[in-house]
Design a protein around this ligand. Structure first.
Ligand SMILES: [Zn+2]
Length: 397
């Protein structure tokens, strides 16, 4: 039986982005409420674990001291042109009360999950409050301040440190069979390119990043084209799958199935880090893909079939109802619940809204017009062919 840890505590509910900001931290709270009411937070190997704030030693594995200082100072209400230059205090990354504490705790939740996996206490960990994939070493960007997913990849990839009592409650970190650095697969389903993580490992072959996202010509951050494939040792270990506006489930799964399983098979990672941004779902106010959450079921089941530990996080997702349902469903699948009976077979031709929800977690299938199919499929096939021509040969595929 898989051991699955849901990382959450009420402490996370203390902090909020400004009310006009689209990033809603209550999504994680609502995911927990739904799962709790469904009895999916305990039994069958499931448990809830409260996060510990990320410590400075961990944070400095990716972020500069200068940036961390500016973020901490800004959080206390004092920031200057230098901080603004690093993206702190912009419209996208505003300064708000408790910002630093929130960023450390939300990031710490992902690190807590990573340590549970490293210590063998969990096979699956999910932090719905994480997934801040845009943050750079010295840059707040795209609602992200501390890049928890890049830090988790780094933590997995480097050799385990010798045991120190301060590592409690993870004392078995030094007793792992494998002390050396692990091969990490980072998979990013957020509708926006996972730029902060991709560029963090751009020249490395021990962390493979695969990002599925909306065509960067049409969406922030404007990077993540097929020809960004890594450099030096990392050439072929950065994979970008840009998808056209209007991409729907079948087209998405065609791209996923053509690219991810073959690369995962040949890369053979020790651990998978999964960013589950839900802003690729139809009806997201900040993006233009047309997915239903059924793709989560299919993609997660595909990933689980590799029988590797999975550290999953939230991410974007600005239609709150759809995002909450998608992450609850994702946890159900990750933690081994049977979601086959959850299916709502009715077909809907309209955008999904909360009023349509009948209590199940799965979205209804959307009707896809012939014109949409004829526009999307050739574009997706072209992207698949490009990746097969550039990345696959590097891995002997
Ligand atoms: Zn996003």
């Amino acid at each position: 039986m898989r051991k699955s840890a849901f990382i959450y505590s009420k402490e996370l509910e203390k902090y909020h982005y400004p009310p006009e900001h689209p990033f809603n931290v209550d999504r994680a709270k609502r995911v927990r409420q739904i799962l709790n009411s469904m009895g999916l937070l305990s039994g069958d190997g499931r448990c809830e674990v409260p996060p510990e704030p990320a410590d400075r030693i961990t944070l400095k594995k990716f972020h500069s001291a200068r940036y961390l200082h500016a973020l901490k100072t800004a959080s206390k209400g004092k920031w200057d042109a230098e901080a603004l230059d690093m993206g702190i205090g912009t419209g996208d990354c505003p300064v708000f009360d408790g910002l630093y504490e929130y960023a450390l705790l939300a990031c710490g939740a992902t690190i807590t999950g990573a340590k549970l996996i490293l210590s063998g206490s969990a096979d699956i960990a999910f932090n719905p409050s994480g997934g801040f994939h845009h943050a750079g070493p010295e840059k707040a960007s795209g609602f992200c301040y501390i890049n928890d997913v890049a830090l988790a990849c780094q933590l997995f990839a480097e050799p385990c440190p010798p045991y120190h009592p301060s590592q409690r409650p993870f004392p078995s970190l030094d007793t792992l069979g494998r002390r050396e650095g692990k091969k990490v697969l980072y998979l990013d389903f957020d509708v926006h390119h996972g730029d902060g993580v991709a560029y963090a490992f751009y020249d490395r072959s021990d962390v493979m990043t695969i990002s599925f996202h909306q065509n960067p010509k049409t969406l922030f951050p404007g990077t993540g084209f097929e020809n960004e494939i890594g450099t030096g040792q990392g050439k072929g270990y950065c994979v970008n799958v840009p998808l056209p506006v209007g991409t729907y489930d079948e087209a998405y799964m065609k791209a996923f199935n053509s690219i991810a399983p073959p690369l995962i098979t040949v890369f053979n990672p020790d651990v998978i880090v999964l960013q589950l941004g839900a802003d690729a779902l139809a009806g997201d106010p900040l993006a233009n893909l047309y997915l239903t959450n059924n793709v989560y079921v299919e993609t997660i089941n595909s990933l689980l079939s590799f029988r590797k530990p999975v550290l999953a996080t939230g991410g974007g997702g600005y239609n709150v109802d759809n995002t909450v349902r998608a992450w609850a469903l994702a946890w159900a699948v990750l933690s081994g619940a049977d979601v086959s009976q959850d299916k709502n077979p009715a077909v809907s031709g309209v955008m999904l809204g909360s009023t349509e929800w009948q209590g199940g977690l799965r979205d209804r299938r959307l009707v896809i017009s012939k014109a949409q199919q004829e526009m999307i499929i050739p574009a997706v096939e072209k992207t698949i062919e490009t990746i097969k021509a550039t990345i696959f040969p590097i891995h002997g595929l």
